[in-house]
Design a protein around this ligand. Structure first.
Ligand SMILES: [Zn+2]
Length: 259
């Protein structure tokens, strides 16, 4: 029996600023990127939920470190990037694959979004995007294994999704990202409005996520590399004219790393 009317997506906190997104109804749950098993086990027990699948976006320990212990409690399918070595995966997946979770009435498309890591993937379904450490609210992941061009292409793939898509990122980085975004685009009125809203959420100890693709397109400098103010800021950082969007992206990514 599926109680899809009661479907919710709940953030479980892990480590300093990770979110383990938990998709649930009255009986079943799926977790995305369980870097730590304990918050998941506590929640499942407290809410009397059965885990029915685990989704992983990339191989970093703060996203998959809890998988083995969860499997020791319940053997469930573990989906994750086929382009990365994660010992606990049972179902390696990539671009073009779909994932069915019948107990929750869910299905997801898998998108390849390399850049942060070489095989990073996202899951898109139920008007929601689980994008790990690739797209953050007002920011994007660091380029640990991929190139600037790969990340630009990956972000373009995500921004092609409908504006209303809910964006569930892997970390609560939003306020720090907004501080940087304001340095890049001090004249972006939408960004200044958003800054006040997100700061209020944090004062109330609420997550700033999910965001939406539409909001990110208006306020995230890494998605705005064709905007005159972003080009000017990137060029000022480089001390030379940044000519194309990939150069602009690479410049502001480097600037953010040292911000
Ligand atoms: Zn990561």
């Amino acid at each position: 029996m599926s109680d899809t009317d009661d479907f919710q997506i709940v953030p479980l906190r892990a480590f300093k600023d990770n979110y383990i997104w938990t998709l649930r109804d009255r009986r079943h749950a799926v977790v995305v990127d369980p870097g730590d098993a304990q918050p998941v086990l506590d929640y499942l027990q407290h809410q009397r939920l059965d885990l029915c699948a685990i989704l992983a976006t990339h191989h970093h320990q703060d996203h998959v470190g809890g998988v083995a212990r969860l499997l020791a409690h319940t053997a469930v399918p573990v989906y994750g990037p086929r382009g990365e070595s994660i010992a606990t995966l049972t179902h390696p997946v990539g671009e073009g694959d779909t994932i069915e979770i019948p107990k929750l009435g869910l299905h997801f498309s898998v998108l390849d979004i390399p850049g942060h890591t070489r095989g990073h993937i996202a899951y898109y379904g139920a008007n929601s995007l689980f994008c790990g450490d690739t797209l953050f609210a007002c920011g994007c992941g660091r380029l640990f294994e991929g190139t600037a061009q790969q990340m630009v292409d990956s972000l373009a793939k995500l921004t092609a999704l409908p504006d209303a898509t809910l964006v569930y990122s892997g970390h609560e980085y939003t306020l720090a990202n907004i501080d940087f975004a304001k340095a890049v685009e001090p004249g972006n009125q939408e960004l200044l409005t958003r800054a006040a809203i997100e700061a209020q959420k944090r004062r109330n100890q609420q997550p700033t996520l999910p965001s939406t693709i539409g909001s990110e397109k208006k306020t995230n400098p890494f998605l705005r590399c064709g905007q005159a103010e972003v080009i000017a800021a990137a060029s000022a950082f480089l001390g030379a004219h940044a000519g194309d969007p990939e150069q602009v992206f690479a410049a502001i990514r480097q600037w953010k790393n040292q911000f």
